[in-house]
Design a protein around this ligand. Structure first.
Ligand code: SF4
Length: 170
């Protein structure tokens, strides 16, 4: 089990955990400050969806320890609002990481991923198995980021939509 000090030292935020499941090279590039993703149309659309999809929620975005940015923090659940479920496993590990971090702080919640554009939602719980998966992911992020060089380019179906596409294949 990791503690708060470990995770603050490692500076592992939700985006890094998410990128681990998208592409290890993307994770490495993002960590080294090559943050092209911020300008991508997809991220902007995601932010707009998050802003306007749930205007009635009373408790909105919450930032914890400068690492965990939860879209909506409710009494019983946390919600993440995502543009698309094409990388559902990355969205899932991200919210599991948030649940893990909250548990470390003594806060128990369930997780909900909303896909407003598709009118879908997925419920996520931090089971003991999911906790182990989060811990494996944290260890793997640490390994990838400790390398002085980025992981090799491995072409994936979604590479053309990635903000680093020109960087990797240009
Ligand atoms: S273009 Fe492909 S290989 Fe390069 S960072 Fe993006 S997802 Fe990874």
């Amino acid at each position: 089990m990791f503690d708060r000090t470990d995770l603050q030292r490692l500076k592992i935020n939700g985006v890094k955990i998410n990128y681990l499941y998208v592409c290890e090279r993307k994770l490495w590039l993002f960590d080294r400050g090559i943050q092209l993703e911020e300008n991508s149309e997809k991220v902007l659309l995601g932010k707009l969806l998050s802003e306007y999809s749930y205007p009635s929620e009373t408790r909105r975005e919450v930032l914890i320890d400068d690492l965990i940015k939860i879209d909506v923090m409710g009494e019983e659940e946390i919600r993440e609002i995502k543009y698309s479920n094409s990388l559902a496993s990355a969205n899932r590990i991200q919210i599991l990481y948030y649940l893990y971090y909250l548990k470390m702080l003594g806060i128990e919640r369930k997780g909900i991923i909303n896909y407003p554009k598709m009118r879908r939602m997925e419920e996520v719980s931090l089971t003991p198995e999911a906790e182990r998966e989060v811990e494996q992911a944290i260890k793997r992020v640490e390994e990838v980021l400790s390398s002085p060089r980025p992981p090799e380019v491995k072409r994936k179906s979604y590479c053309p939509k990635c903000a680093y596409y020109e960087f990797c294949f240009g």
